[in-house]
Design a protein around this ligand. Structure first.
Ligand code: MN
Length: 382
């Protein structure tokens, strides 16, 4: 039986690579619904190529125009459009590849509708991991990780109770060998020059501060149910080991391969099967030659330590950290603040924050909004 898929965020980095995977294995997966933001040219091309039944875009205006162009397809828009996609009856799996908090509500709705989730959106677990994982368990729904580190761990864990701890690898980002002075003066191009992975801008900046790794630690805590003290981060500049787990008997199982997002995306989509995909070239151990490992420098990259702290404190502290960081990253992308201000501003907001214990989804959304406003005020006062 063909899997029927909806892709939320089909014009982004993960979404387009997912469609490349589907092109390659298209006997197995049928595209039923797609969603995009403002990239109307690309979503139009995707409509013509994949003939989805339902498409959602960001604005009503774009939806009206697309509806005229494609009268046989149902065109939706806005947050409500994504929720309606999560309600489509014959979909079995939803790839959540939108960035930001707009992924949260449709993911929850899809879980309630008992659809498997291929999760590429970090905010869903960082903001509401407790709620989402509990709901997934109650509804017997799989949360299949798309992020390369979590896909690696997912592939390495056999019996959860036999694993002692998780080892998450980090490339170290573009400033691994930079001094604090060099980071102080880093411009946008420096921060966007990621050595290993080709990704969207927000996540690339997060990789430069190591906040991305911090968000991944929080995600791993929720996905695999490990205490923060049992999650270790090591810097591995070659990015060949995508992450690993250590078992109680001292055995370590690592997932290794060329750094390509096609592989984790495909595994989430074809799970539990493995099929031949886009990456046909075998990993060359001899050519790779060297696997290096370093301890992360928390003085140069305090965002990683902040994420551990926020995760351990729980409540809405991770919501606060995530929202403040994201607003600061946006300001950096608009060249309003300097690179090191991303952390300084996030820390300032975090230190003045009072968390809510056991928040509901609406509390989380409300807090997120409040923190963003506060962060933007701080940015504008600089
Ligand atoms: Mn990752």
């Amino acid at each position: 039986m063909k899997k029927k898929i909806a892709i939320l965020g089909s014009t982004g980095s993960i979404g387009t690579q997912a469609l490349e995977v589907i092109d390659k294995i298209n006997d197995d997966i049928e595209v039923i619904a797609l969603s995009a933001g403002n990239n109307i040219d690309l979503i139009s091309k995707q409509i013509e190529k994949y003939s989805p039944k339902i498409v959602s875009v960001k604005t009503k205006e774009d939806a009206v125009n697309l509806q005229k162009k494609y009268p046989l397809i149902q065109i939706l828009y806005g947050d409500e459009g994504l929720i309606k996609i999560a309600d489509i009856e014959n979909i079995n799996i939803i790839l959540v590849a939108v960035s930001g908090k707009i992924g949260l509500k449709p993911t929850i709705r899809a879980i309630q509708n008992k659809k498997d989730i291929a999760l590429a959106n970090k905010e869903t677990l960082v903001m509401a991991g407790d709620i989402v994982m509990k709901l997934a368990k109650e509804n017997n729904v799989r949360i299949l990780p798309v992020d390369s580190e979590h896909s690696a761990i997912f592939q390495c864990i056999n019996k959860r109770e036999e694993v002692k701890h998780l080892i998450i690898t980090s490339s170290g980002g573009p400033f691994r060998n930079s001094t604090i002075e060099e980071m102080e003066n880093a411009n946008l191009d420096d921060a966007l020059a990621h050595p290993r992975w080709n990704m969207g801008k927000k996540i690339t900046v997060d990789s430069a501060t190591l906040m991305n790794k911090g968000l991944e630690v929080i995600e791993a805590h929720h996905l695999f149910n490990f205490d923060y003290d049992d999650i270790k981060v090591i810097v591995h500049p070659q990015s060949y080991i995508h992450s690993a787990v250590e078992y109680k008997d001292g055995s370590i199982i690592a997932q290794i391969g060329n750094p390509s997002m096609h592989i984790p995306i495909q595994y989430a989509l074809t799970y539990p099967k493995r099929v031949e995909g886009i990456e046909t070239e075998s990993f060359d151990f001899i050519k790779a030659a060297k696997f290096e490992f370093y301890k992360p420098d928390l003085e140069k990259f305090p965002s990683l330590a902040l994420a551990f702290k926020a995760g351990k404190l729980g409540g809405t502290y991770p919501v606060c950290m995530n929202a403040a960081n994201e607003e600061a990253v946006f300001a950096f992308l608009e060249k309003k603040i300097k690179f090191l201000d991303i952390y300084n501003i996030t820390k300032q907001v975090f230190d003045s924050y009072n968390s809510i214990v056991n928040p509901a989804i609406d509390d989380i959304i409300e807090e997120d909004e409040k923190i963003r406003i506060l962060t933007r005020e701080i940015i504008n006062s600089i």
